[in-house]
Design a protein around this ligand. Structure first.
Ligand code: SF4
Length: 104
């Protein structure tokens, strides 16, 4: 069972990541996933990885255990720009092109 301290730490970390992601999306002309449940699932996944591993590893990809290889999937991962351009959103559906609806 998750303790109050752990829950607070996850919420604080999620808040920091949410604020960063909003700034990062705005700076790039994107937006965050407008579906709150999907968006928060990814943000909390990033927060849990940041707490557990010290890096905000992508929650939608598998870590190899090799630090150099896994650097590629620290959010924002090396794949996200191509994915957003080609698919309208990154693999995790955190960052969306502004012209993409949530069902894309
Ligand atoms: S797919 Fe890439 S940019 Fe999107 S949440 Fe995962 S690590 Fe971040």
């Amino acid at each position: 069972m998750i303790s109050d301290i752990a829950r607070t730490k996850e919420e604080d970390t999620a808040a920091r990541i949410r604020a960063w992601a909003e700034r990062y999306a705005a700076r790039n002309g994107w937006r965050l996933n407008p579906d709150p449940a999907e968006r928060e699932t990814v943000i909390h996944g990033l927060a849990r990885n940041a707490i557990r591993f010290g890096k905000q590893y992508c929650p939608c990809r598998i870590r190899s255990g090799d630090a150099a290889e896994d650097r590629k999937i620290i959010c924002p991962c090396i794949y996200h720009r191509d994915e957003i351009r080609e698919d309208g959103h990154c693999h995790c559906r955190l960052f969306f092109r502004n012209d993409q609806g949530v069902s894309s």
